[in-house]
Design a protein around this ligand. Structure first.
Ligand SMILES: O=C(O)CC[C@@H](O)C(=O)O
Ligand SMILES: [Zn+2]
Length: 526
């Protein structure tokens, strides 16, 4: 009954309009009131938020979906759909594909690269937050099958009585969702122990860009039957389809976890310390996190956690958070204690001092120091975030070189760049370089890019260790991937999504699938 002929006519007109200027890139259409009428056949009215139509809402209601939490990326989508089932997602996607309407899949919208924010191509937002049920848990194998919209913390809480934990852990655990975690292949502080999501995810359910439901929600540990399709969607950032369900291997809760914060006299101590920790703590070492002096001070200043006293911090150039997780509390605590005593007893100690947590509150407080840096940075100002893989020995050089570059450009100061700090996952070779500015400005961005990417290129590193490319780094992909790789990425994208509706403008460098719609304006990134 729906006016499909009417659409066919309108599509033809639009494609003619675009054909003259963008012959090789499919055009995307804006959502209309007729489209809303169709969505209303799929979803109950309370799950459609739109600034269009008779039940329109104010654009301010869409603002949390249209902007990222850092306030760096802003879209102007008119419509947010909040499906509750995979079937609903499938029907929405199928329709959008026929109508050539772009889709931005959105979980907790906690990303750091603008991957879940629309880019001004008339996209609708499909928010997965209403798909938040645990489907199944097998306590023997530890396999958890859950909807994509389950918040990570809620899964941790669900698993606690079963004595299991999630294999991933992030500062954003209170709002990020498991589907988004998989879609961005998020890393986090447990990667050293449990590996990446490419290893722990056993299966996925994905709605493909034509609406087909790809059911690969396997719970098998071993399945060696040719191409492992699910891997393509882990880290695809929603450009190949929408993840609607996740099957993931959850480890048993460690019987005992301890942590300590250590103050290092100099960065030069860091690598020998890491080597010693790996040797002496061996299998119980579960995290080894780096915090430079600037990042530590920021975190303390903004009350994110507690560890060392001001006197103990004096003279420290950087800090390390060590965590151990094992099966025997006394044994593990003793081992960590002996390790610290041994360090301090050396003729030339690698550390100035250290504090070992004594109870759960102190344990959380020491983690707060590290996991709270992102929040502390956002309280301090606007952050340019670079998330890079580089040799461990270069962690400090890269932060110093970036600071120097900004100094040379006259951009250091309270009204421009306030701080340049570094922290991250030593165990994974992953540095978070954060440039904290008073405002996002084109001058600062120009000083940082391509400077940082070229620096990473020099070290043969990666421009995205764990945050993904999103809209921020799509154009810089060539610093980390060669032409042949990018060409095959494009071929894969075209195969899955020939109409370019899925999360347009993300991951692949321009020219990509769709031009911006002439009448929608573009994403603001500065
Ligand atoms: O805010 C950042 O730059 C890093 C966020 C996260 O990956 C972390 O390790 O804390
Ligand atoms: Zn990180």
């Amino acid at each position: 009954m729906f006016a499909s002929r009417h659409f066919a006519r309108r599509l033809a007109t639009r494609s003619r309009r675009w054909a003259s200027t963008h012959a090789s890139t499919p055009a995307l259409n804006q959502v209309t009131e007729e489209d809303l009428a169709h969505f209303a056949k799929i979803l109950s009215p309370q799950f459609i938020l739109s600034t269009l139509g008779s039940s329109s809402v104010a654009s301010s209601e869409l603002q949390p979906f249209n902007s990222d939490w850092m306030g760096k990326y802003h879209g102007n989508s008119t419509t947010v759909l909040r499906p509750r089932t995979t079937k609903e997602v499938s029907e929405i996607v199928k329709y959008c594909n026929e109508r050539r309407i772009g889709i931005v899949p959105q979980g907790g919208n906690t990303g750091l690269v603008g991957g879940s924010v629309p880019t001004g191509r008339g996209e609708i937002i499909v928010s997965l937050g209403n798909m938040n049920k645990v489907r199944h848990f097998d306590a023997v194998s530890g396999t958890l099958v859950a909807d994509a919209g389950c918040v990570l913390q809620s899964l941790t809480d669900y698993l606690a009585p079963h004595n299991h934990i999630m294999p991933v852990e992030f500062g954003a655990k209170g709002s990020c969702m498991i589907g988004g975690n998989c879609s961005t292949n998020a890393g986090g502080v447990r990667l050293l122990r449990y590996g990446s999501l490419h290893g722990t995810v056993l299966g996925l359910e994905v709605v493909l860009p034509d609406g087909t439901i790809l059911d690969q929600l396997s719970t098998l540990r071993k399945d060696n039957t040719g191409y492992d399709l699910k891997q393509l969607f882990i880290g695809a950032e929603g450009t190949l389809g929408i993840i609607t369900g996740v099957s993931i291997l959850t480890p048993p809760s460690p019987q005992a976890s301890s942590n300590a914060i250590l103050a290092l006299p100099s960065f030069d101590s860091l690598l020998p310390l890491f080597q010693t920790a790996k040797r002496e703590l061996s299998e119980i070492l579960s995290a080894f996190e780096y915090i430079d002096r600037g990042a530590y001070d920021l975190s303390v200043r903004h009350g994110q956690g507690r560890g060392l006293s001001p006197e103990e911090v004096e003279g420290a150039e950087c800090f390390v958070l060590i965590e151990t997780s094992g099966g025997r509390r006394e044994h593990d605590e003793e081992k960590l204690n002996d390790f610290l005593e041994h360090l301090l007893g050396e003729e030339k100690p690698l550390i100035n001092t250290g504090v070992l947590s004594q109870d759960a509150t102190q344990f959380a407080s020491i983690w707060g120091l590290r996991e709270g840096i992102t929040e502390a940075v956002s309280k301090e100002g606007k952050a340019y975030k670079y998330d890079i893989s580089i040799p461990l020995s270069a962690f400090k050089q890269v932060v110093d070189a970036t600071r120097e570059q900004l100094r040379e450009k006259g951009l250091l100061g309270p009204h421009a760049v306030k701080e340049v700090v570094g922290y991250g996952h030593i165990g994974d070779g992953n540095l978070h370089l954060n440039v904290v500015a008073a405002q996002y400005t084109p001058e600062i961005e120009a000083a940082l890019e391509p400077f940082v990417y070229e620096l990473v290129g020099k070290y043969k590193g990666s421009i995205s260790a764990e945050h993904g490319l999103g809209v921020m780094k799509a154009h810089a992909l060539h610093y980390s991937k060669n032409e042949v790789s990018i060409e095959w990425m494009r071929k894969i994208k075209n195969l899955f999504d020939p109409n370019g509706i899925m999360n347009p403008g993300k991951v692949l460098p321009p020219p990509e699938h769709q031009p911006l719609l002439a009448n929608t304006g573009s994403a603001t990134t500065a």
